[in-house]
Design a protein around this ligand. Structure first.
Ligand code: NAD
Ligand code: TDX
Length: 339
């Protein structure tokens, strides 16, 4: 079995590469990643010498490079994690989101059509469903919830999902789609809420909470997401969408307070800043389908997962300190200068 994992130098993709190489010692895992600001080759250092692993630095939007890779590797499956993934960046500059998230997905699927494939899996997000109101805790996203996006990021992911479904119906491509809630864990890029707050708190820097901090996200430990995708690509039904989430809804402000407590830092570091434009209020996944069909359940409780995550950031300072210097610093200063 040869699997092309795109975006494998990013947060979830790298965790998936580790999971697959560990669990399936006879699989060949080929990581296709063009190493944007969010991709980090040092993340993959532990598997670089593994004979079952190959890293290829190319963009999923480069048709020629993608076709060449398919000719060389003749993959059985493709799992597409590669994307521009940060909502705030999409609000600043949507264009690259359209290019990578939409066009890149089409190029990958064209390669799958041309060379044949057993499964194309699209890693999508709960953000394609839009948001839920805070005063209706009885409402959850199911696979039947209409697509109703808020940001350029989520719109580009929704467009990609629609293309995936179109390629299934029109060309009979054997696809699956998963829509997961917010992940957290090791190798999470420190522009996202949890790693940003950990890094800032450790540096005694202000903790910028958007708006009133009342927005709710449904947090899932990254390993649980990887296990769900593993189940879907092996046992999921072709043409289906599977929601992934662990019924772990929390407000942003509660998350930040937990991080302060775990690190022994004062809550006075919390700084309320201007809200994100078009900020989604609440995400909440109904994971009944993946539980009933594939027996998936999240294994990591938030109380344990956040401790493990904080421990990882304490033990891997070099990884994130390198990242928050350089180009990222310019982005950070620009993002927060006017808030
Ligand atoms: P990330 O930003 O950490 O990593 C993205 C990776 O894709 C990077 O390694 C980057 O170099 C690579 N990449 C970007 N553009 C590329 C291109 N044109 N060609 C090849 N590689 C490219 O993202 P993440 O948080 O790990 O998210 C991975 C996937 O999961 C994305 O598709 C995202 O939409 C989805 N998702 C993320 C979350 C979350 O909470 N992080 C939740 C649900 C779904
Ligand atoms: O500094 C911050 N302050 C703050 O209050 C940041 C970076 C975020 N926030 C808020 C915005 C959100 O309500 O925290 C919440 C989480 O923000 P992000 O970490 O940026 O994640 P989110 O916008 O929810 O999107 C994430 O989950 C779904 C991923 O980045 C997406 O790729 C995924 O599809």
């Amino acid at each position: 079995m040869t699997i092309i994992v795109t975006g494998g130098a990013g947060f979830i993709g790298s965790n998936f590469v580790f999971h697959m190489l560990n669990k399936y010692p006879d699989y060949r895992i080929v990581c296709l990643d063009c190493l944007t600001y969010a991709g980090n080759l040092s993340t993959l250092a532990p598997v670089m010498d593994n004979p079952n692993f190959r890293f290829v630095k190319e963009s999923i939007t480069d048709r020629e490079a993608v076709y060449k890779l398919f000719e060389e590797e003749k993959p059985d499956m493709v799992v597409n994690f590669a994307a521009e993934s940060h909502v705030d960046r999409s609000i600043e500059n949507p264009e690259v989101f359209l290019d990578t998230n939409i066009k890149g997905t089409a190029v990958l699927m064209d390669a799958c059509r041309k060379y044949g494939i057993k499964r194309y899996h699209q890693v999508s997000t709960d953000e394609v469903y839009g948001d839920l109101p805070l005063d209706r805790p009885d409402l959850f996203f199911t696979e039947e919830t209409p697509i109703h996006t808020s940001s350029p990021y989520s719109s580009s992911k929704a467009a990609a999902d629609l293309l995936v479904q179109a390629y299934h119906r029109t060309y009979g491509l054997p696809v699956t789609i998963s829509r997961c809630s917010n992940n957290y864990g090791p190798y999470h890029f420190p522009e996202k809420l949890i790693p940003l707050m950990i890094a800032n708190a450790l540096n005694d820097k202000p903790l910028p909470v958007y708006g009133k901090g009342e927005n709710v996200r449904d947090w899932l430990y990254v390993e649980d997401h990887c296990k769900a995708i593993d189940l879907i690509i092996h046992n999921g039904r072709v043409g289906e969408v599977y929601n992934i989430g662990g019924h772990n809804e929390m407000t942003n402000i509660d998350i930040v307070k937990i991080i302060c407590k775990e690190l022994g830092k004062p809550e006075s570091l919390i700084t309320y800043v201007a809200d994100r434009k078009g900020h989604d209020m609440r995400y909440a996944i109904d994971p009944t389908k993946i539980h009933n069909e594939l027996g998936w359940l999240p294994e990591t409780k938030f109380a344990d997962g956040i401790k493990k995550t904080i421990k990882w950031y304490l033990e891997n300072k070099e990884w994130w300190e390198t990242i928050i210097s350089g180009e990222y610093q310019n982005y950070y200063e620009k993002m927060y200068a006017n808030r």
